[in-house]
Design a protein around this ligand. Structure first.
Ligand code: DGP
Length: 212
């Protein structure tokens, strides 16, 4: 019997929503229950392209806005062969941010349309499930100060949240919104239920192409 493919599960949300914590908890739970699973994150700062993006985010370099948008996208594309290989081998991938952050963060800048921002990511492996951890700007503020990186201001994060809300309207993507103001454990339980369901359905379906 051919090996069943793994599911591609993405967690999205504004900064401080708890994405990284939840990705780690989900991978741990899946592994403990005997399902092959691995975490990935974007931007993946260890590659050559990722290092350019990292320096930009840390304000160590300035890059023109279109240029950096394309670099973020290139950073996703360069990992596509690895992602496909793992999925085909039956490993479920739990991904901390993906093309949706790409579109939401750049289109929150003046002069960028959603449509232009989506173009470079058209055709990426399509997530079987995109979980959006929703947290209001007021609740995010209660979780402490934003960090020192570029984009980490509450005004910009509000604009990003609005752009995510526009992206939810796209019926070609399996969005599931979870209230991230709940306890870590409650959010984890919600995510687990959604993920286990999608792992079972995705294994018999071909991997799709995003926004095609
Ligand atoms: P993180 O490593 O998850 O803290 O993300 C770094 C920052 O980069 C965060 O503020 C979100 C932003 N970001 C993530 N992906 C993209 C992207 O594709 N394009 C843009 N412009 N920003 C992104």
């Amino acid at each position: 019997m051919a090996c069943k493919r793994g599911a591609l599960i993405v967690l999205e949300g504004v900064d401080k929503a708890g994405k990284t914590t939840q990705c780690k908890k989900l991978v741990q739970l899946l592994q403990q229950s005997g399902r092959p699973a691995e975490m990935m994150r974007f931007p993946e700062r260890t590659t050559t392209i990722g290092q350019l993006v990292g320096a930009y985010l840390e304000n160590k370099s300035d890059l023109e806005d279109h240029t950096v948008h394309l670099l973020f996208s290139a950073n996703r594309w360069e990992l596509v062969p690895l992602m496909k290989k793992k999925l085909e081998q039956g490993t479920t991938l739990v991904v901390d941010r993906y093309a949706f952050s790409g579109v939401a963060f750049t289109s929150a800048k003046p002069g960028f349309s959603l449509d232009w921002c989506m173009k470079p990511d058209v055709g990426l492996p399509k997530p079987d499930l995109v979980i959006f951890l929703k947290l209001s700007p007021a609740e995010a503020a209660l979780r402490g100060q934003f960090g020192e990186e570029r984009y980490e201001t509450s005004v910009f994060q509000q604009a990003v949240q609005q752009k995510f809300e526009e992206l939810f309207k796209d019926p070609s993507v399996n969005w599931q919104v979870i209230d991230a103001s709940q306890s870590v454990q409650a959010v984890h339980e919600n995510i687990t239920i959604l993920s286990q369901k999608i792992i079972n359905t995705a294994q018999d379906l071909p991997l799709g192409e995003l926004w095609k």
